[in-house]
Write a protein that binds this ligand. Structure first.
Ligand SMILES: C[S@@+](CC[C@H](N)C(=O)[O-])C[C@H]1O[C@@H](n2cnc3c(N)ncnc32)[C@H](O)[C@@H]1O
Length: 251
C-alpha cells in the first residue's frame, strides 16, 4: 500500500532532500509545453498524487493548481513549498471534487497503481474531473513494453540545519507476466547532529503495457490519445488523452 511507505509518511520531512524540487524543472517545462499545445486554454489543473509539490512549484506561476495526495505528511511538505496552491487529502482512485478542470495531471504517483482495476479507477477519476474538451496527462515511470531494470540514485540535497539525504534505487521485474515491477530503495539520511541512518524500503510499482493504457483510456471515454515512450526531457513515458468536447449521448 502506497500510504504505508515510510518515505511518504514518517520520513516525508526528508522528501525535499531526497527528491529536490529543482530536479522537476525539465519535466515541468515539458508538461507546460503539452498544456500550451492543447488547443484549448489550460489554466485550472488538477494534480493527482502531487507529493512534495516538486512539479507544482515550477507550474504554479502560469497555472491554477489543485493538489491532491493521499499522505497528510506529503501535503504538509508541499504546503510549505506551494502555500498559494489548494491542497486536498484524497485517494486518486476515488476522490470526487464535484468540479472540472482544463487539465488533469497524474505524474509519477501513477506508479503506485499496481493492478488494472486501480489504474482504471484513476483514469475514471481523471475523466470525470476533465472538462469537455480538456485533457489528462499521465506520466508513468515504467511501461511494460519498454521496461529495463535499472540501478541509479539521486538526492544529495541539504538544508539550512545541515540535514542531507540521498538514495539508491534498483528496479527489477520479479514476474514479467503481471502488471508491476519492484523497486528497492536505500535512503541515507544525515541528521543535523551528524548522525546517519540508512533506511531500506521495497516499493511495488505499476508497469502496464502500452496496449493496456490505450484500452483503459478509450474505455473511460477519452478520445484522441498520444503516447510517447520516454520522450526527451521526461523521466517517464507520457500518455495525453483528450476528453471529447461533447460526450457521446448515452445509448
Ligand atoms: C513519488 S511521490 C510524487 C512526487 C511528486 N511528483 C512531486 O512532484 O513531488 C508519489 C506520491 O504518490 C502519492 N500516492 C500514492 N498513492 C496514492 C493514491 N492512491 N492517491 C493519492 N496519492 C497517492 C504518495 O502519497 C506520494 O506522495
Amino acid at each position: 500500500m502506497a500510504d504505508g511507505y515510510r518515505v511518504y509518511t514518517d520520513l516525508a520531512g526528508w522528501w525535499p532532500l531526497i527528491s529536490p524540487p529543482g530536479e522537476y524543472a525539465d519535466e515541468a517545462a515539458y508538461l507546460a509545453g503539452v498544456f500550451g499545445a492543447a488547443g484549448i486554454p489550460v489554466r485550472d489543473v488538477l494534480d493527482l498524487g502531487s507529493g512534495g509539490g516538486g512539479v507544482a512549484v515550477h507550474l504554479k506561476d502560469r497555472l491554477a493548481l489543485t493538489l491532491v495526495d493521499l499522505s497528510d505528511e506529503m501535503l504538509a511538505v508541499s504546503r510549505q513549498l506551494n502555500p498559494e496552491c489548494e491542497h486536498i487529502r484524497g485517494d486518486m482512485r476515488s476522490i470526487r471534487l464535484g468540479r472540472t478542470f482544463d487539465a488533469v495531471l497524474v505524474h509519477d504517483a501513477i506508479d503506485y497503481m499496481t493492478t488494472e482495476d486501480d489504474l482504471r479507477q484513476v483514469i475514471e477519476t481523471a475523466f470525470v474531473h476533465c472538462r469537455p474538451g480538456g485533457l489528462a496527462a499521465f506520466v508513468p515511470d515504467h511501461v511494460a513494453d519498454a521496461f529495463q531494470p535499472v540501478s541509479g540514485g539521486g538526492g544529495g540535497g541539504s538544508d539550512a540545519t545541515g540535514r542531507q539525504a540521498s538514495f539508491t534505487e534498483w528496479t527489477w521485474d520479479p514476474d514479467p507476466g503481471d502488471d508491476w515491477i519492484q523497486a528497492e530503495y536505500e535512503f541515507v539520511l544525515r541528521d543535523a547532529d551528524a548522525s546517519v541512518r540508512v533506511v531500506r524500503e521495497t516499493h511495488r510499482l505499476g508497469a502496464f503495457s502500452r496496449a493496456t493504457w490505450l484500452r483503459l483510456l478509450s474505455g473511460a471515454g477519452f478520445g484522441a490519445v498520444s503516447a510517447e515512450m520516454a520522450p526527451l526531457g521526461m523521466r517517464g513515458s507520457l500518455f495525453v488523452a483528450s476528453r471529447p468536447a461533447a460526450d457521446a449521448p448515452a445509448q
